[in-house]
Design a protein around this ligand. Structure first.
Ligand code: PEP
Length: 251
């Protein structure tokens, strides 16, 4: 049995004052112990604050990106060991906003995944197709390309214990959620592709769904057999919504 994971992605949002309120509410609303792995991925400058509020709670914290380099002359980068220094459990890699707005390609994303692994930070590896790709029936080939780049660079063993997030680009921040059956179909494809390399790793791998998940639609998505939780953008900025989504993962 795979346990579920619900991870918030705050994106470029927050302030010391607002975070204090949001994190404090999460502390109150999310149980300290339970079967669901809950976490928030906050902007880098707020990692220390997240650690100081969340340490010892039922909510872990992480980053939204990681450098593919470990150290050196790479202005603006933040390494995996730096994230580990701040107690990060997770780092998102290959979010579609990084792929499209910041031009990150499959190879760079695979290198970031490897860098997180080297630092013992769990990568959350995002894949997903655009609306145009879906309409052209290219969902499977796009996902295969994204996954294969990772598998070729890192090897399937590196996926053991990592998280894959299926985030259809057309569902991110749009209010348009994939139907549970649509999500299930793609999650099964992802797991199947990895099972071709290693069935045991594929069976234990958490594949979470991201794209306009709310407390009101989380339970039906998480009830799908291959949906192992969620990566949550907008709704992670509201404590009651996020806590509701975490609770829906424990039904
Ligand atoms: C995301 O950015 O990873 C995401 C899923 O966003 P939203 O939940 O707002 O669609």
């Amino acid at each position: 049995m795979r346990s579920k994971a619900v991870v918030g992605n705050w994106k470029l949002n927050g302030s010391l004052a607002a975070n204090e309120v949001l994190l404090g509410a999460l502390l109150r609303e999310i149980p300290r112990e339970g079967p669901v792995a809950c976490a928030v991925c906050v902007p880098g400058p707020y990692l220390a604050q997240a650690r100081s509020v969340l340490e010892g709670s039922g909510v872990a914290w992480g980053a939204q990106d990681v450098s593919r380099f470990d150290k050196g002359a790479y202005t603006g980068e933040v390494s995996g060991t730096m994230l580990a220094d701040f107690g990060c459990r997770y780092a998102i890699v290959g979010h579609s906003e990084r792929r499209t707005i910041f031009g990150e390609g499959d190879q760079a994303v695979a290198e970031k995944f490897a860098a997180a692994r080297r630092a013992r930070v769990t990568p959350i590896f995002c894949v997903g197709e655009t609306l145009e790709e879906r309409e052209q029936s290219r969902t499977e080939s796009v996902l295969a390309r994204q996954l294969d780049a990772l598998l070729e660079h890192c090897g399937v063993v590196e996926l053991d214990g990592a998280i894959v997030a299926y985030e259809p680009v057309w569902a991110i921040g749009t209010g348009r959620t994939a139907k549970p059956a649509e999500a299930q179909e793609v999650h099964a494809l992802i797991r199947g592709r990895i099972a071709e390399k290693d069935a045991t790793i594929a069976a234990s791998l958490r594949v979470v769904y991201g794209g306009s998940v709310k407390a009101a639609n989380a339970a039906e998505l998480f009830a799908m057999p291959d949906v192992d939780g969620g990566l949550i953008g907008g709704a992670s900025l509201k404590a009651d919504e996020f806590a509701g989504i975490c609770a829906a993962a424990d039904l």
